[in-house]
Design a binder for this molecule. Structure first.
Ligand code: DAH
Length: 335
C-alpha cells in the first residue's frame, strides 16, 4: 500500500512538471485532488486496512504525499505564470528600433535661417517686425513711393500684374519690393517708427544662376525727430558688425532711388578686403513721408532694403540661386 502511495505521488509530481500552461495545470490539480485520482482512490482504501499500525503509517505517508503534490503544483504554477507574463510583455513591446537608430531632425531652409537671423539682429537693436501683403496696389508699390505712372524708374521693376475683381486692370500687382510696407506702416501708426519688414517679392524675370522671379528682401524704416544720414550710416555699420562679424565694415556710395533723397547703396567689406554690394538706402523722400500721412517738417527718416537670398547664397557659397528653390532634400541636407 505504502509503495502504491509513493508511486502515485511520484507520478502526480511528474505530471505537474510536464504541464506547459497555467490553464493546463489548473485542470490537472483539480483532477489530482479528486476522489477519482490514484491518490484519491488510495485514500478511500486506507479505511480497509485492518491493522491500526499499518493504517496509521499508510495514512501518514498519504498525507505527506498529498502535501508534496500540492507544493509541487504551487511551485510549477508560479513558474508557468512568470513565463507567461514575460512572454506577454515581450509581445506587447513596441518596436522602436527604427526611431532610435535613425534620429531625423529637420532644419529651416537657408533662406529662412538668414531671414530669422536678420530679424534677430534688428530686434536686438530695438526694431519691430512689420508685414505687408504680397498682392499690392499699384499705389502702395509705386505711386506712394514717388513713382507715378510713367516714371522712368518703374522700368527697373519687371512687374507682374494680377486681375482683381472690382479694381481697374493694371492696378493690382505682385509686390516688386518690400518698400510698400514703409507706406503701410506709416499709415498704420504715428512716429516714432523703427521697423524691419522681411518678405517675399516678385518680378517678371527669367530664372538664371543669379535671378529668380520670386525672391526675398528685408526693408528697414526709421522715422523720428532729427534723424540724419549719420544715423543711417551708423545703423548700417552696427548691423554689418552684428550680422557678419566684427571683422566686417560697411560703406555708402551715392546712388538713386525715387523714394529716398539723398540715396545710396551700401557695400560690406569682408575681412579679406573684398567689397560686396548689399542693398539700397537713403533718407526718406518728403513726398513719401507725406504719402504716409507724416509731416516732413516735423519728422525725418531713413530707409534701406536688400536681398535675403543673396546673403544666404554668399554665406553658403551656393553657385546657382535656382538650386535653393528646387525643393530637393539633398540640397537642404547639406547645411
Ligand atoms: N526697394 C529697392 C529695390 O527693391 C531697395 C531699396 C532701396 C529699398 C533704397 C529702400 C531704399 O528702402 O531706401 O531695389
Amino acid at each position: 500500500m505504502i509503495d502504491d502511495i509513493r508511486a502515485a505521488r511520484q507520478a502526480a509530481i511528474e505530471q505537474i512538471r510536464a504541464a506547459i500552461s497555467v490553464d493546463e495545470l489548473k485542470r490537472l490539480s483539480a483532477e489530482l485532488g479528486s476522489k477519482r485520482s490514484t491518490l484519491g482512490q488510495l485514500k478511500s482504501r486506507l479505511g480497509s486496512l485492518k491493522a491500526l499500525e499499518e493504517r496509521r503509517a499508510a495514512g501518514q505517508v498519504h498525507h505527506e504525499a498529498m502535501a508534496d503534490v500540492s507544493a509541487e503544483g504551487l511551485r510549477r504554477r508560479t513558474e508557468l505564470a512568470a513565463g507567461e507574463r514575460a512572454a506577454r510583455v515581450e509581445a506587447e513591446q513596441l518596436d522602436l528600433t527604427e526611431i532610435l537608430e535613425r534620429p531625423r531632425r529637420g532644419h529651416a531652409h537657408i533662406v529662412t535661417q538668414a531671414w530669422e537671423r536678420l530679424e534677430d539682429v534688428f530686434v536686438g537693436f530695438g526694431f519691430e517686425v512689420a508685414e505687408g501683403p504680397e498682392v499690392e496696389t499699384d499705389w502702395h508699390n509705386f505711386e506712394a513711393l514717388n513713382m507715378a505712372a510713367g516714371h522712368p524708374a518703374r522700368s527697373d521693376f519687371d512687374t507682374l500684374f494680377v486681375e482683381h475683381p472690382g479694381a481697374p486692370a493694371g492696378t493690382t500687382v505682385l509686390r516688386t519690393h518690400t518698400s510698400p510696407v514703409q507706406i503701410r506702416t506709416m499709415l498704420a501708426k504715428p512716429p516714432p517708427i523703427y521697423i524691419v519688414a522681411p518678405g517675399r517679392v516678385f518680378r517678371r524675370d527669367t530664372p538664371d544662376a543669379s535671378h529668380m522671379p520670386v525672391f526675398h528682401q528685408i526693408e528697414g524704416l526709421v522715422v523720428d525727430r532729427s534723424i540724419t544720414l549719420a544715423h543711417l550710416a551708423g545703423t548700417i555699420e552696427a548691423f554689418t558688425k552684428a550680422f557678419f562679424g566684427t571683422g566686417f565694415t560697411s560703406r555708402l556710395r551715392p546712388s538713386y532711388f525715387p523714394f529716398t533723397e539723398p540715396s545710396g547703396e551700401f557695400d560690406i567689406r569682408t575681412p579679406s578686403g573684398e567689397w560686396l554690394e548689399l542693398g539700397g538706402c537713403g533718407m526718406v523722400h518728403p513726398d513719401v513721408l507725406r504719402a504716409g500721412g507724416i509731416d516732413p517738417d516735423e519728422w525725418s527718416g531713413f530707409a534701406f532694403g536688400f536681398g535675403i537670398d543673396r546673403m544666404a547664397r554668399e554665406r553658403h557659397a551656393v553657385s546657382d540661386l535656382r538650386e535653393m528653390f528646387t525643393g530637393d532634400i539633398r540640397f537642404g541636407e547639406q547645411f
